[in-house]
Design a protein around this ligand. Sequence first.
Ligand code: DQA
Length: 150
Amino acid sequence: MSARPVVLLLSGPNLDLLGQREPEIYGSATLDDHVAAARAAAADHGLDLEHTHSTSEAGLVEAVHAARGRCAAIIVNPGALTHYGWSLHDALAAFDGPVVELHLSNPRQREAWRHTSVVAPVATGTIAGFGAAGYPLAVEAVSRLLRARG
Ligand code: DQA
């Protein structure tokens, strides 16, 4: 068990293809690059970062359950599950700490089906549209939220 608060970073379906997948939308960095940037930002803020990637909603739900009582906060990029993953919504609703929803792109500028997030109502806040910079920004948001909680 770490002495530092643990932040869980969750990555949903197709994010393992970052760097190859639609680089004009998602950029050229890989998921490993984003995790490394988030981990470095976490260390700067005195936080530990764990990362879980799953292509399935069940995998993400199980990771949220395992974080209960153990992790201080969750940063989640749910991929397309953002738009229809109601069991992920429910799992996050049962998590006590801050939840930051994160997207590389700005889904509201894109196809209409991406304009609804079922995660947003159970997130403390959302960071979207800043590309790779979103990962360290999300860590900073979590750090501020945790400090505000004392
Ligand atoms: C995404 C946006 C989603 O709409 C999409 O399905 C993704 C990636 C983003 O990071 O911009 O897979 O979450």
